[in-house]
Design a protein around this ligand. Structure first.
Ligand code: BG6
Length: 542
């Protein structure tokens, strides 16, 4: 069956015919501009259309499903990137009917769709949304799921291709996975369509539980069916990091210990924990951001060029980076990792509560809302170059940035200048104000020889003037197309826990001496500044 926007009567694309379609479209582009006429498609990969399929969304009434997953699916639908023959089957505990669920989805889309909604695409999208009530620990619910899916698939012609999306509490992952296996919903028998599963983060709680979860999911699905999501990898600016490094020849020769003094990676948020107190109490900044988003960014910055752009080649190189980071001993944790928790303060001129005053948070909580760490990538390229990572809630502003700080010039030539030249800096702004800045020294106009730092600044907004897709759109589309490049492999996630778990273990043994230790609206505890000051460095002001 055709996808919307395609002339009817044409057979649905299979994975092989997509390649042909892509080639045909590339060819077509030479003579006539492609679907650019539709501004909603700008910035998206126009040529890719997944197979007909059913998306089974576990945790369909939850925050993640409504904030991210459903708006992303709607956007893909609206821009003709989903096949006409698809359905979304929401599965959750709430005793909803199909109609109540659809009404809730509709309300979320009206509120959240990043390009608004139009009546026609909204109506056709909702026609494909259905609901099944069930408890994840109830085997009967999964028997009903199998029957419901069979029925829906006949009705919607989805060719028995299925994508399971686990947007539930992480504690429900093992149960859902085991039940899918028990009722035979994971098997791919030839000619029966594909079965894939997207698993949200955090994947495990520590090294041991991640290995256990990998084992559990591995009993039911093959690795090539498993898509562990870290939405940072779907961000345009993060994907551009690969292009920046490997589609430009001039950076690679200086991307190493000879020229780079150190690297800073910051994921700063001004917001607090919002209404996720219970989740955050168990997670903290290390599990929520360090183990995944920050280590992913570090891997992309530090990895070797992969031989191909295929999922395995890319992920092999990322694993090499994480493997080269030695696990810290308790003494090293004490001197190289700083934890913090925010107290009451001011953010954007508004008074805000401290972490311990947030709802669902223990008034004596020792959960960290800030972490800064100095890590070393012990390999030929990076030996001796510190990577300073930091993340925190309730910092003064939202900013994610990778700063490559180059070494100072080896010889001071301009001795009469009043100010020492600053070393060069390359700042890759992931968000907001997405772009890349290069700082270099320049002579100030005048008869003397004064030197000042100036910036060359590329911003996405002005260079391309199109909206970027949301990370979830990119990643869900990739999973539907069977492209796992931007998803985390089993070994990668275990290695990342291998770095974070010794930190967590050592903190259990030594409770924080003074929590809260930073005021909301400041850049974290003073110890974070001292971590760099001790090496004669300082955090970049963002
Ligand atoms: C999520 C974390 O993975 O990432 C949140 O659970 C955090 O705590 C969020 O706020 C940050 O994502 P983004 O895309 O807003 O930078």
């Amino acid at each position: 069956m055709p996808a919307p926007g395609r002339p009817s009567g044409r057979p649905a694309p299979t994975s092989t015919s997509i390649r042909a379609l892509r080639l045909a479209r590339k060819g077509r582009r030479r003579s006539a501009p492609p679907a650019q006429a539709n501004p909603l498609r700008d910035g998206l990969r126009l040529e890719r259309v997944p197979d007909p399929c059913a998306i089974v969304l576990f945790g369909a009434t939850g925050d993640l499903a409504h904030r991210k997953v459903l708006p992303a699916l709607y956007q893909l639908w609206r821009t003709n990137l989903l096949p006409r023959d698809f359905l979304i089957l929401g599965v959750a505990r709430r005793p909803y009917t199909k109609e109540t669920f659809r009404a809730e989805v509709r309300a979320s889309l009206l509120l959240r769709s990043r390009t608004g909604v139009d009546d026609e695409s909204l109506a056709t999208f909702l026609d494909r949304v259905s609901y099944l009530q069930g408890n994840f620990d109830d085997p009967g619910a999964f028997d009903r799921l199998r029957e419901t899916l069979d029925g829906c698939e006949r009705e919607h012609g989805t060719s028995r291709n299925r994508l399971y999306y686990l947007a539930t509490q992480p504690s429900a992952f093992p149960e859902v996975i085991a039940q899918l296996g028990r009722v035979g919903l994971s098997h791919e028998t030839s000619g029966e369509g594909w079965r894939r599963i997207i698993i949200e983060k955090p994947f495990g709680h520590d090294a041991e539980s991640a290995v256990r979860l990998n084992r559990e999911v591995g009993r039911v699905f093959r690795e090539r069916q498993i898509y562990r999501i870290d939405h940072y990898l779907g961000k345009e600016t993060v994907r551009n990091l690969l292009v920046f490094r490997f589609a430009n020849g001039i950076f690679e020769p200086i991307w190493n210990r000879r020229y780079v003094d150190h690297v800073q990676i910051t994921v700063a948020e001004s917001m607090g924990i919002e209404d996720r107190g219970a989740f955050y109490e168990e997670t903290g900044a290390s599990r929520d951001v360090l183990q995944n988003h920050l280590l992913q960014l570090l891997s992309l910055v530090a990895m070797e060029p992969p031989a191909t752009f295929g999922a395995d080649a890319l992920r092999d190189e990322k694993v090499q980076v994480v493997s080269a980071i030695a696990a810290l001993t308790p003494d090293e944790v004490a001197s190289n990792v700083v934890r913090g928790q925010y107290g009451p303060g001011w953010v954007a001129a508004n008074p805000v509560a401290g972490y311990r005053q947030e709802s669902e948070v223990d008034p004596d909580s020792e959960t960290e809302t800030f972490v800064a760490a100095k890590l070393q990538v012990d390999n030929w390229r990076w030996s001796g170059v510190p990577f300073y990572l930091r993340t925190g809630k309730r910092l003064p502003r939202r900013a994610t940035e990778i700063a490559i700080q180059f070494r100072a010039v080896p010889h001071r030539l301009f001795r009469d200048t009043t100010i020492d030249p600053e070393p060069n800096l390359l700042a890759i702004r992931i968000q907001p104000d997405e772009g890349i800045l290069l700082r270099f020294e320049s002579k100030m106009p005048g008869l003397g020889l004064d030197i000042r730092s100036v910036n060359m600044d590329f911003t996405y907004g002005s260079a391309f003037s199109v909206d970027s897709p949301d990370a979830y759109e990119t990643l869900i589309l990739d999973a539907l197309l069977g492209d796992a490049s931007l998803f985390t492999r089993a070994d990668e996630v275990e290695k990342a826990w291998g770095i974070v778990t010794p930190i967590l273990d050592s903190w259990i043994a030594t409770p924080p001496a003074r929590f809260p230790n930073y005021d909301a609206g400041t850049w974290g505890p003073p110890e974070a500044d001292r971590l760099l000051a001790r090496d004669g460095r300082r955090w970049r002001r963002l």
